[in-house]
Design a protein around this ligand. Structure first.
Ligand SMILES: C[S@@+](CC[C@H](N)C(=O)[O-])C[C@H]1O[C@@H](n2cnc3c(N)ncnc32)[C@H](O)[C@@H]1O
Length: 307
């Protein structure tokens, strides 16, 4: 669904994301970044950071909260690079890094599609792309292209993507808004239409409920959050099996999902379900996990296959 990268860039120039004003909200995302940095290659349990300095590239770092958390979670001497094509976001991200005293973060202004050229030959140990690849025209091709940036010395990849199954209801809203305001650049009109038509009628939607709980009321939800959640000009979403196909025939393997819903763990351990699940083909099992796991956004941990 959607427009092209020019419309996406214009969208984030006007509405940099996530751009939290409150320190507590920023700290939540910084803590998430620390967790991402602490996930070991042999476990998805966040127990221990890398023991030696590494280089970490964050593609589409936005306003930098998660990036700062990653920098905080890595060993002294590590190099952290945030790349984004939105100047407004990078300005906020570098301000945040400065305010929080992270001197080991470098910023690159440019398109992920040109990452190799922009990095000028630098290879990295870990790549993260949180909520950014799914706002590009061809996320799978771009994902595969970025694998050429890895050192392949126990490399890792952290992918944050929307789940197609759980994101479905929002897709309906987004499509309706695109019919009313087809110009992908007219984000303000789409935002007004969303507020007039949906904001007070969309009861029980988990994302809207979450935003209301975080910000206190409908009116207090920042525009960039409403737009990013409900009215994005270019958004893709994936089934678990799709992402598994992305990594097939690459040097990466699936390690786990962060925040995998406990319901999946329960099903795997359930006396009633376990045997049936074990007898399923991989595709069937992944389809079941999609049904069990209601999360709209998933972090995928991928790691280099053992030689
Ligand atoms: C939803 S925001 C996510 C920000 C941050 N990663 C986070 O999770 O808080 C998506 C970001 O990806 C960036 N982005 C999207 N497409 C891009 C591209 N082709 N090249 C560089 N950055 C891109 C946008 O500018 C935006 O800052």
């Amino acid at each position: 669904m959607g427009a092209d990268r020019h419309a996406v860039r214009a969208f984030y120039e006007d509405f940099p994301f996530p751009m939290f004003d409150r320190e507590d909200d920023q700290n939540d995302l910084i803590a998430l970044g620390k967790t991402l940095a602490a996930v070991r290659s042999d476990s998805v349990e966040p127990r221990q950071a890398f023991s030696k300095p590494i280089t970490w590239l964050d593609l589409g770092c936005g306003t930098g909260e998660i990036l700062c958390g990653i920098a905080a979670g890595l060993p002294e001497g590590s190099r952290v690079i945030g790349l984004d094509f939105t100047a407004a976001s990078l300005e906020l991200a570098s301000g945040l890094a400065r305010d929080r005293g992270f001197n080991n973060i470098e910023f690159i202004h440019g398109d992920m599609n040109d990452a190799e050229k922009l990095l000028g030959g630098t290879k990295v140990d870990v790549i993260s792309a949180n909520g950014s690849l799914h706002h590009t025209e061809d996320p799978e091709t771009l994902f595969k292209q970025t694998l050429g940036l890895l050192t392949w010395k126990k490399s890792r990849y952290v992918l944050g993507l929307y789940s197609a199954l759980a994101r479905g209801p929002i897709n309906r809203i987004n499509r309706a808004l695109m019919k009313i305001i087809p110009d992908p650049y007219d984000n303000r009109a789409r935002l007004s239409a969303f507020k007039e038509i949906f904001l007070y009628t969309l009861q029980g939607d988990p994302d809207l409920e979450g935003l209301k709980a975080r910000f206190g009321s409908h009116e207090a939800i920042p525009d960039q959050w409403l737009l990013d959640t409900f009215c994005h000009p270019l958004e893709n979403a994936y089934d678990a099996a799709d992402v598994m196909r992305w990594i097939k025939n690459t040097r990466l393997e699936f390690k786990g999902w962060l925040g995998m819903e406990p319901v999946i763990e329960n099903a795997r351990n359930s006396a009633t379900a376990r045997e049936r699940i074990e007898a399923m083909s991989e595709d069937e099992r992944l389809r079941l996990y999609d049904l069990l796991d209601g999360q709209r956004f998933r972090f995928w941990f991928l790691r280099q296959k053992c030689a």
